[in-house]
Design a protein around this ligand. Structure first.
Ligand code: OOG
Ligand code: MG
Length: 248
């Protein structure tokens, strides 16, 4: 079985596997990721960035960002709980998401260009589910595993108003009514739009663009927390509103 097939089987059987020991380059890892996303089927509806904040890089012991893809089957609707039994070792994290109003591509894309192409921003919660036991992985391994993509929930889109500086947007992250972390947008590569620009430039190197209408999760602002049935997670952002997720 190829690595992509082993990862797809791990997702299907809800059983963690050990991270590959063979040498895998970052480029090869993105090829495995493409194969995995194809094996999973469904429509890609969003892109995700990962390890774009120091808090996440320190939590995962990997010091470089990465990207992955989110499909329609991974998206949780308003009020739809995340089901613990469908996942291996879920963790949740708060993110700022972008909704692109225009196609974005090219090696020279800047954060300013991303902001100009942004139709709206959204508060978001991402549910990670590494297929590697104990979330023990190297950068190429987690890339091959579609950046630990599991589920995600987007809040209501908010138009990006002149005067809203996403770096200064504060976030309160709560689990069962208790504050677990506070952060601001600048935690993500100094500006969440800089993270999206990084993604667009990386994709350009592989001849790809982000079509208009794509949602992009810019990466967690703080470390992820584990979730179990009965837990209620909330991320509240200044100006962007809040997003909730229950685990059953
Ligand atoms: C890798 C994915 C990280 C983020 O927002 O930083 C990520 C992991 O932590 O398992 O999605
Ligand atoms: Mg994330």
């Amino acid at each position: 079985m190829s690595l992509a097939e082993r990862l797809a089987a791990a997702i299907r059987d809800r059983r963690a596997i050990e991270a590959p020991t063979e040498d895998l380059s970052v480029d090869d890892a993105y090829e495995v990721q493409d194969e995995l996303v194809k094996l999973l089927g469904g429509d890609v509806v969003a892109a995700k960035l990962g390890l774009t904040s120091l808090a996440k890089q320190e939590q995962m012991n990997v010091s470089e960002p990465l990207y992955g893809w989110l499909t329609d089957a991974m998206q949780l609707d308003v009020g739809q709980p995340v089901l613990r039994d469908e996942l291996i070792q879920p963790r949740v994290e708060p993110e700022i998401a972008f909704l692109l109003g225009e196609e974005l591509g090219g090696r020279g894309v800047t954060a300013a260009r991303v902001l100009a192409a942004t139709h709206a921003v959204m508060p978001a919660l991402e549910v990670l589910d590494s297929r590697f036991s104990g979330y023990r992985f190297t950068l190429p391994a987690v890339i091959s595993d579609d950046a630990s993509a599991g589920r995600f929930r987007l809040g209501d889109p908010v138009p990006l108003e002149a005067g809203t500086d996403l770096r200064l947007v504060g976030c309160m992250f709560e689990k069962n009514g208790e504050l677990v972390a506070t952060a601001a947008g600048a935690a993500v590569l100094e500006h969440p739009a800089a993270a999206v620009a990084w993604l667009v430039r990386k994709l350009a190197a592989r001849g790809r663009t982000l079509p208009a209408g794509t949602a992009v999760l810019s990466g967690a602002l703080c470390a992820a927390v584990t979730i179990e049935p009965g837990d209620l997670i909330r991320a509240s952002f200044d100006r962007l509103g809040s997003v909730d997720l229950a685990c059953r």
